[in-house]
Design a protein. Structure first.
Lengths: 115, 110
């Protein structure tokens, strides 16, 4: 088990409220990723980070922001949650030092419900 | 516009038989392919991978085959066991990101 934790594991929030999800790793991996998983869509990349303070957008980044002030922590923020952001959110980490080290290791997920 | 496609949402296989999960991709620039397995209420776990310079990689009961000319890869599980029942995601690496397919749910029947 790669040392990845996500908090909270479950959250119910109301439309319009801000929400922050946290991913914490103990592996000292350079790359960190946030995905959402929805029925019929598989895993879709929201944002990712390739180092402290270095982040980039994924395919479904609208409505989300991220921050990485330390190697071990990657935060995902929904500034004003909407019902379409109800989903299961997964954090992943990767070394990606070379093309043959592309594997990502996933956290346990956070189930977010926006009512 | 899906770059990684898993056209079978589900597959049922008898225990002990071979399970074959298929995946197609459109981007010829992908250079590394991966399979992940996911149980309910857990994160995906890495299963097996293959570089684009190879056509086969084997790890125990799991073998991945890559056909670059057809832009197709497959995962073979032999023999299939009850614990193999899960959702399997095909994925392809592009730069420092991985693009996932929508997944295939595998049911192993007793």
């Amino acid at each position: 088990d790669a040392g990845i934790t996500q908090s909270p594991r479950h959250k119910v929030t109301e439309t319009g409220t801000p929400v922050t999800l946290r991913c914490h790793q103990t592996e000292n991996h350079r790359y960190m990723y946030w995905y959402r998983q929805d029925p019929g869509h598989g895993l879709r990349l929201i944002h990712y980070s390739y180092g402290v303070k270095d982040t980039d957008k994924g395919e479904v980044s609208d409505g989300y922001s991220v921050s990485r002030s330390k190697t071990e922590d990657f935060l995902l923020t929904l500034e004003s949650a909407t019902s379409s952001q109800t989903s299961v959110y997964f954090c992943a980490i990767s070394e990606f030092e070379a093309r043959d080290r592309a594997e990502q290791y996933f956290g346990p997920g956070t189930r977010l419900t926006v009512t | 516009d899906q770059q990684v496609k898993q056209n079978s949402p589900s597959l049922s296989v008898q225990e002990g038989r071979i399970s074959i999960l298929n995946c197609d991709y459109t981007n010829s620039m992908f250079d590394y392919f991966l399979w992940y397995k996911k149980y309910p209420a857990e994160g995906p776990t890495f299963l097996i991978s293959i570089s684009s310079i190879k056509d086969k990689n084997e790890d125990g009961r799991f073998t991945v085959f890559l056909n670059k000319s057809a832009k197709h890869l497959s995962l073979h599980i032999v023999p299939s066991q009850p614990g193999d029942s899960a959702v399997y995601f095909c994925a392809a690496s592009q730069d420092d990101k991985i693009i996932f397919g929508k997944g295939t749910r595998l049911h192993i029947l007793p």
